[in-house]
Design a protein around this ligand. Structure first.
Ligand SMILES: Cc1cc2nc3c(=O)[nH]c(=O)nc-3n(C[C@H](O)[C@H](O)[C@H](O)COP(=O)(O)O)c2cc1C
Length: 341
């Protein structure tokens, strides 16, 4: 298996992969590459930079994703992003939301590969960290065989070596962004062919992957797997990444250790005015599949938890009790559940 630092990553997701979410994910995996939410180039230049691009030093390796279609602005945004310590700057060529379409960037850029090449070339001149591209296989009536290879070849000629491919088209008319993540069919075969035909490039497969095992099954045919929704909604899967994907030794971290660290984090950021809710909302899925998961979710999301730094410890005590009760009543319950907690 190829072990590169893109072998496993968590996708950029607006409103989800903010700094608190990344801090949480990093407690579970030291090796997975994490991505920020998309930051629009104009906002990076003119907006509140600390709010948009600030991160915790222990989050790395993290890539900053930028959105835009103007080489000059993207170059400036990349320069600013590098200054914030990101390890990689990624250009979004795959997002189909209305806001993104009206700005003629995101997935629409699949139609203008030469412009994308100009953008990444300008970014590469402005920043010394690697510039990467996240794209679809095509949009609307494009022939993916042509649109994907054309985008990749143009960008590769401009110096890009790493491509993350969400293995489905975006249909820009008639589908919501959410539908565009499920309805157009996946074509993993095409992404694997891209790797086969462009072996010197690093090709990362994204779209529809649900488990670490599934991600691992594609390594070899591609250089890495990126998980989005599954990593966010069932974050415990991240506990297996360092061993299963990167071959690290040692036991997986336990939920208890993560809870203790997150509690300390919540106390720390609370003193800077961050409400516990802004951190806890990303942790709802941590108990997914365990006895007591429903109570865990409720305790993290109920009104009082929004401002209560002790909510997490109470939810964890309740989760442990539910797991212990279930294991003493059901002999068949997997012992690993108890050990995990
Ligand atoms: C809530 C949400 C927000 C997203 N925001 C972005 C984004 O800002 N930039 C981007 O490139 N993709 C974005 N995506 C797409 C994901 O990065 C990913 O490509 C997509 O969800 C497919 O992967 P998955 O099936 O593993 O979730 C978003 C997806 C979700 C669910």
């Amino acid at each position: 298996m190829m072990l590169n630092d893109h072998a496993f990553s968590v996708a950029p997701m607006m409103d989800w992969t903010d700094r608190h979410c990344r801090y949480f994910h990093r407690r579970m995996t030291a090796r997975a590459r994490l991505y920020t939410e998309m930051v629009v180039a104009d906002a990076a230049i003119h907006g509140d930079r600390n709010m948009l691009m600030g991160s915790d030093p222990s989050e790395g390796p993290v890539a900053l994703q930028l959105g835009g279609a103007e080489p000059g602005k993207l170059a400036e945004a990349a320069r600013i992003g590098e200054g914030f310590g990101y390890d990689e700057i990624n250009l979004n060529v795959g997002c189909p939301s209305d806001r993104v379409q009206s700005g003629t960037f995101g997935a629409c850029l699949m139609r203008t590969p030469e412009l994308v090449a100009e953008c990444v070339a300008a970014m590469a001149r402005a920043a010394s960290v690697p510039i990467t591209v996240k794209c679809r296989i095509g949009v609307d009536d494009q022939d993916p065989e042509e649109s994907l290879f054309s985008l990749v070849d143009n960008c590769a000629a401009a110096g890009v070596e790493t491509f993350i491919v969400h293995a489905r088209k975006a249909w820009l008319q008639g589908l919501s962004p959410k539908q565009n993540r499920d309805v157009p069919p996946l074509d993993y075969g095409l992404v694997k062919r891209l790797k086969e035909e462009r072996p010197r490039l690093r090709v990362i497969l994204n779209g529809g992957l649900k488990t670490v095992e599934e991600a691992k099954s594609h390594l070899g045919a591609v250089d890495g797997a990126m998980l989005g929704r599954a990593a966010y909604q069932t974050p415990r899967l991240l506990l297996d990444v360092d061993r299963e994907i990167f071959g690290d030794e040692g036991p997986a971290r336990r939920i208890e250790e993560i809870v203790v660290e997150m509690e300390a984090y919540i106390r720390r950021v609370s003193s800077d005015g961050v409400r516990p809710h802004h951190v806890l909302r990303h942790m709802q899925g941590l108990a997914h599949g365990l006895p007591g998961a429903r109570a865990w979710r409720r305790m993290l999301t109920e009104k009082g938890a929004a401002t209560d730094v002790g909510a997490l410890a109470r939810a964890h005590a309740s989760l442990r009790a539910a797991i212990e009760a279930a294991s003493s009543t059901a002999a068949a319950l997997d012992e690993r559940l108890v050990a995990a907690c």
